[in-house]
Design a protein around this ligand. Structure first.
Ligand code: NI
Length: 171
């Protein structure tokens, strides 16, 4: 197992739309394990393969790692039903230091394959539902900042430039 380096915005790998996986091979299983380790170490509540530079249709999530840890590994995840609205603050390991409220669906039904290739269908709401929507976005080259109004986007760009400059000074 290994902790992988996390790619940051505006890295181009974060903007690629990832094609579906056709088989679950050892490289995908190894990647899933390393992604879980990387997510817990960050710490974060979800991670998508493009965030570690891999264009694979794979996400890992654990939205309550302290109180009741439950790792979900999802291959080819897909939202098959959406309902209701939610507006919660989000952040992203690939956009460090920035948080904003994002409009999402309150409840979704997701379909994916586990690492054994078994199809799983889950009804999810709350934080886990938001996590799924955020991580599946990553597989389509989208980031949470893409959901912001144009005014908030320009505020984000200014703030992020400052944050990046501060990080470079520290290095
Ligand atoms: Ni993210």
């Amino acid at each position: 197992m290994a902790i992988l380096p996390i790619r940051h915005y505006p890295d181009e790998v974060l903007r690629k739309k990832v094609p579906p996986e056709t088989k679950i091979d050892q490289s995908l299983i190894d990647l899933a394990k390393n992604m879980a380790e990387t997510m817990y170490a960050a710490p974060g509540v979800g991670l998508a393969a493009p965030q570690v530079g891999e264009s694979r249709r794979l996400i890992v999530l654990d939205c309550n790692p302290k109180d009741s840890p439950r790792l979900i590994t999802a291959v080819n995840p897909e939202i098959i039903l959406r309902d209701g609205e939610s507006y919660e603050e989000e952040g992203c390991l690939s956009v460090p230091g920035y948080y904003a409220q994002v409009a999402r669906n309150a409840r979704i039904k997701v379909k994916f394959l586990d690492l054994e290739g078994q199809e799983v269908i889950m009804d999810v709401a709350g934080l886990l539902g938001i996590c799924f929507q955020h991580e599946i976005d990553h597989l389509d080259g989208l980031l949470f900042i893409d959901h912001l109004s144009s005014l908030k986007k320009s505020l984000f760009r200014r703030k992020y430039k400052k944050l990046q400059a501060q990080q470079e000074e520290r290095m």
